[in-house]
Ligand binder design. Structure first.
Ligand code: GRF
Length: 199
């Protein structure tokens, strides 16, 4: 399986997946990093792992659809089978979702359907929740929505800080996301009526 990771920021999840591939835990080829941010640190990580990185500037396209079509052309050149969204701060179009149906996955730092959208860790913390977590899911037309593949709870301990909670969430992400990509690469995930089964 040839995969592309889409990211806009730090790229710690990119690194977790790249390492898991390097050590043979995930049997897949990480062919491409796609980013919409020229100075994203994830590009430095891509260079470190020798992964081709492509910066696509959204401002150079008249619409979201044109931007997505430009990316699809690149994905087709590289023969990409699956797309891993890892902190990609752009909503993909329904056209893109349809083109790669059930082959786009995303990670979200909350227990979906709770706290969809941005600043999910911060909002769970501010609302005084006792439990939050991490979700890996297939991407559909809605934001942070779609059949759930894996979820893991994280307890918000009394008196903890937002910084500590954030670190705990990231730690879980770096275990859960490689696990989900491994399942995808081994063709062990099936979806029927929007319901996921894992063998
Ligand atoms: C992660 O918290 C992920 O759940 C969210 O964006 C963040 C990306 O972090 N979708 P990184 O760039 O992988 O470090």
């Amino acid at each position: 399986m040839n995969i592309a990771i889409f990211a806009s920021g730090q790229g710690s999840n990119f690194e977790a997946i790249a390492r898991a591939i390097k050590r043979g835990y995930i049997k897949a080829q990480l062919k491409l990093l796609v980013t919409d941010k020229e100075n994203a640190f994830v590009r430095v990580r891509a260079k470190k792992f020798g992964v081709r990185d492509v910066y696509v500037n959204p401002k150079c396209y008249p619409s979201r659809l044109a931007f997505d079509k430009a990316i699809i052309r690149i994905l087709e050149q590289e023969d990409i089978d699956a797309i891993i969204l890892a902190g990609f701060m752009r909503i993909v179009t329904p056209y893109f979702v349809k083109r790669y149906n059930h082959r786009i996955i995303n990670i979200h730092p909350a227990l979906l359907p709770a706290f969809r959208g941005e600043r999910a860790i911060e909002r769970a913390f501010a609302c005084g929740r006792k439990v939050t977590g991490v979700t890996v899911h297939f991407v559909d037309e809605k934001v942070d929505h779609g059949p759930i593949i894996l979820q893991k709870k994280v307890t918000i301990k009394a008196g903890t800080s937002l910084a500590r909670l954030t670190a705990a969430i990231h730690k879980i992400e770096h275990i859960l996301y490689p696990r989900a990509v491994k399942l995808l690469a081994e063709n062990r995930i099936t979806i029927k009526n929007r319901h996921v089964t894992i063998r």
